[in-house]
Design a protein around this ligand. Structure first.
Ligand code: DAH
Length: 345
């Protein structure tokens, strides 16, 4: 065993590591240079036959060679790994700016967009947005809103009953008004909230009715709230939604069990500007929804003291609003999912 060969062995090993072009190649070279059958390993095996007084020095030299090679191997491995990663990332890079001319870009449905537009307007006016469940208990949908069992106003809501719990105790909500109660239970006044969502009634579909439709409810509860605030808020929102100042709004006395006084609100027909046309049935007005001052019983049911606070509420159909703004003739078109129609909005 000639220890001077170690120098050339080391030199040769270092060169081979440096020349390796990838991690797999490096692994193969490692086996040849440092493995069980490597020449360097032969030196270790040969130590036994070295004279005892030289054995320690010989062992140290062999180990130094092995260490130098092992270090060089480790740093070359790091280099090659980084290089392979760079190559891989480059190959996997995606050009996200690429436009494929043949794909059609989708967009949200007209009803979703109308809802989002409405939310934006109300958030801009300082309102918060809440959502309530579509399956509601009879208490939230009717009783807490001052429709006791057997109340005649219940028959105006053709209700889908769910087979859940006691018969008649869970329904598909017939309006978004039950969410008023959920908001009152969730936060203390002042409350400035809107609550959009899907509602259900057993209506036969026609051009202006669908068994599933959308409403947006508003609820304002604070000290000293009056009917004047209700009228002013409706005016402001109509001007913002239609983007014009020539539309007027009016309140007509009406009845809802959960408001006192109650009204229906109409807006100037946006198509004829009030002179009367086919869309508004020649009246010049379009009916939008119901509103009123929140009934003291409802405030109490929501845990709010009617001596301290007053409030107003309204609810109107989002589908009808979209229909009026976009001159749609038939609400059913919104559910047919014919892209030729939907794509226009
Ligand atoms: N929930 C009523 C309906 O669907 C509409 C309504 C009327 C909502 C008066 C209100 C309100 O908040 O105050 O017919």
């Amino acid at each position: 065993m000639n220890l001077d060969d170690l120098d050339s062995l080391q030199h040769d090993g270092l060169q081979r590591f440096a020349a390796a072009t990838g991690l797999d190649a490096l692994k193969a070279i490692e086996i040849e240079v440092l493995g069980k059958n490597a020449r360097l390993t032969e030196f270790n095996k040969g130590l036994g036959s070295v004279a005892a007084d030289e054995r320690k020095a010989a062992g140290a030299r062999i180990n130094a060679t092995r260490q130098a090679l092992t270090h060089a191997l480790a740093s070359r491995r790091i280099e090659l790994a980084a290089q392979e990663r760079r190559v891989r990332l480059e190959a996997e890079r995606m050009d996200l700016t690429e436009v494929i001319a043949t794909t059609h870009q989708g967009h949200v449905h007209l009803i979703t967009r109308t809802t989002q537009d409405l939310e934006d307007i109300f958030v801009g006016m300082g309102f918060q947005v809440f959502e309530g469940p579509e399956a509601e208990t009879d208490w939230y949908n009717f009783e807490a809103l001052n429709f006791p069992p057997g109340h005649p106003a219940r028959t105006m809501h053709d209700t889908f009953q769910l087979e859940l719990g006691e018969p008649g105790s869970v329904v598909l909500r017939t309006h978004t008004s039950p969410t008023q109660l959920r908001v009152m239970q969730q936060m203390k006044p002042p409350i400035y909230a809107v609550m959009p969502g899907r509602c259900y009634r057993r209506d036969t579909p026609d051009a202006r009715h669908l068994p599933t439709f959308h409403q947006i409810e508003a609820l304002v509860i604070d000290k000293g709230i009056t009917l004047g605030h209700l009228a002013g808020t409706i005016d402001t929102f109509i001007a913002a939604y239609f983007g014009r100042n020539d539309l007027r709004t009016r309140l007509r006395p009406s009845y809802f069990p959960f408001t006192e006084p109650s009204a229906e609100f109409d807006i100037t027909c946006p198509f004829c500007g009030g002179s009367g046309c086919r869309v508004c049935g020649r009246s010049g007005w379009i009916e939008l929804g119901g509103c009123g001052m929140v009934h003291p019983t409802v405030l109490r049911n929501g845990g709010i003291d009617p001596e301290e606070y007053t409030g107003f509420a309204w609810g109107f159909g989002i589908d009808r609003l979209a229909m009026n703004r976009h001159n749609l003739e038939d609400l059913r078109d919104l559910l047919d999912n014919d892209v030729r129609l939907l794509r226009q909005f």
